[in-house]
Ligand binder design. Structure first.
Ligand code: BES
Ligand code: MN
Ligand code: ZN
Length: 489
């Protein structure tokens, strides 16, 4: 991660400079610290030619504008009355996208300075682990971001509070980007164990422990792979005694299929490599727990992830198999590619039984049907609780990780009736994301619950303001916002 420092507000003598400018604030921005005068009026003239007015999303890049600066980026913050932390983050992301070849970047004093930095840090994430022959002129040079501020102390404190969130997003993106030969269930569990350094309590369950508990659904998915399954339980105790929640934690549950071939109901070859990110739900839960612990959030929370590899082999589960879930309910496995719901069924049941949480939110790259519904713009969610649903929707708008509520209902539940077991694991093509949610709801025992189908959101094929293409870590900022706005203190 690039280094972020806060420093006294003076015109830098070299490197690149970012001006984050509210609409109508251009004159004031170029007058800051005598910038326009120091460049002989070049900055003002260039921004006029560029018709830069500070509108939201507007950017202007100036090369060698004078005064020793190598580049200057002006980025619009939009109307001052509409300015939100998210707008500032997006401005930071948009600005830094022009500055990868700079080593040092300074940001002139601006509102929400730490949010601008967060955006810049998030946008400059890159997964570099396996590039060994890249030429120096192709590599980003960016190493240090300096926030120039009059009130350096308060900006520093704001950044210190946000940095763990950036760390959590980076962790999730690393996990989701890792290739599936490296990130097996056991390796992913080891990466979770490393989080004890942040003060999380981490427990790992292997196949023997899960067999003893009776996790027939999760183990059925895992049985075709030579890579053993794991379940990881991460606990964060930050509420203190006698505080909100009466000792009951918030619970987050993630689907962690480290590779999904489909199993015996095997997927087509084209694009199958995408299924390395079928653990993005688990990845988001892990990054969220790291963020909460990193910022010492005043809340009790548990994160549970079910980690399996879905492979075809002589030992793989067959279409037609009936498995007994930890809840006692039986499932006829019609399609071995509908494996995520089988994994979540056992982990959700364990979660309720063990923790009696205030709510359970699960995240899963669960269905292609969800991508057909909402594309890659908005995540779909399902909930049995209107208050939780409202809060989630609001957290989505505030964080920019948007959500849209989808329906549940008996008519959909009928689609997963089985002739020989309590249910089957698929409900046909119509409403495929909804019948998947109905399946999961059968493993929710009355608790407030929400299911986030993030299949369309976990991986991006094009750059956006806060993420270069690749793993997005969708869900981490969303749920950190939800916790911060309603459940802390
Ligand atoms: N992991 C997939 C869903 C998925 C597909 C996520 C594409 C991201 C991109 C899931 O396990 C799956 O295979 N679902 C099936 C369910 C079907 C067999 C009922 C699907 O959506 O096709
Ligand atoms: Mn599948
Ligand atoms: Zn899957």
């Amino acid at each position: 991660m690039l280094d972020v420092v806060v420093s006294r507000a003076a015109l830098p003598k070299s490197g690149a400079l970012v001006l984050a400018v509210p609409e109508g604030g251009v004159a004031q921005a170029i007058g800051w610290a005598g910038l326009d005068a120091a460049t002989g009026g070049a900055v003002g003239r260039a921004l006029e030619v560029a018709e830069f007015q500070g509108r939201k999303g507007q950017t202007a890049l100036l090369l060698a504008p004078g005064a020793g600066l190598s580049r200057l980026v002006a980025v619009g913050l939009g109307k001052p009355g509409d300015l939100t932390p998210l707008t500032a983050e997006e401005a930071g992301g948009q600005a830094i996208a022009h500055l990868a070849r700079e080593e040092k970047v300074a940001i002139a004093p601006a509102p929400h300075a730490a949010r601008i930095a967060l955006g810049a840090v998030l946008r400059s994430y890159r997964f570099d682990r396996y590039r060994t022959t890249e030429k120096p002129e192709e590599k980003p040079r960016l190493a240090r971001l300096t926030l120039l501020a009059e009130d350096a102390g308060s900006v520093e404190a704001e950044w210190a509070a946000l940095r763990p969130l950036a760390d959590g997003v980076y962790l999730t993106r690393d996990l989701v980007s890792e290739p599936p030969n490296v990130l097996t269930p056991a390796e992913l569990a080891r990466r979770c164990e490393a989080l004890t350094a942040l003060g999380l309590k981490v427990e790992v369950f292997g196949p023997k422990e899960m067999a003893k508990l009776g996790f027939g659904a999760l183990l059925g998915v895992a049985q075709g792979s030579v890579n053993e399954p794991r379940m990881v339980v991460m606990q964060w105790h930050g509420a203190g005694k006698g505080k909100k929640g009466n000792g009951k934690p918030l619970a987050f549950v993630g689907k962690g299929v480290t590779f999904d071939t489909g199993g015996i109901s095997i997927k087509p070859a084209a694009g199958m490599e995408d299924m390395k990110w079928d653990m993005a739900g688990a990845g988001a839960v892990i990054g969220l727990m790291a963020a909460l612990a990193g910022r010492r959030a005043k809340v009790d929370a548990v994160g549970l992830v079910g980690l399996v590899e879905n492979m075809p082999s002589g030992s793989a589960q067959r279409p037609g198999d009936v498995v007994k879930t930890y809840s006692g309910q039986t499932v006829e496995v019609i399609n071995t590619d509908a494996e995520g719901r089988l994994v979540l069924a056992d982990v959700l049941w364990y979660c309720q039984k063990q923790f009696e949480p205030r709510f359970m939110i699960d995240l899963a790259t669960l269905t292609g049907a969800m991508i057909i519904s909402l594309g890659h713009e908005i995540g779909g969610f399902f909930s049995n609780d209107d208050d939780l649903a409202r809060r989630l929707h609001a957290a989505g708008e505030a964080s920019g990780e948007r959500l849209w509520r989808m329906p549940l209902g008996d008519a959909y539940d009928k689609q997963i009736k089985s002739d020989i077991a309590d249910m089957k694991n698929v409900g046909g093509r119509p409403g495929g994301a909804i019948t998947a949610a109905q399946f999961i709801q059968r493993f929710v025992n009355g608790k407030p619950w929400a299911h986030l189908d993030i299949a369309g959101m976990a991986w991006a094929v094009k750059d956006s303001a806060l993420a270069a293409k690749g793993a997005t870590a969708y869900g981490v900022r969303l749920l950190d916002r939800l916790v911060a706005d309603h459940y802390e203190g």
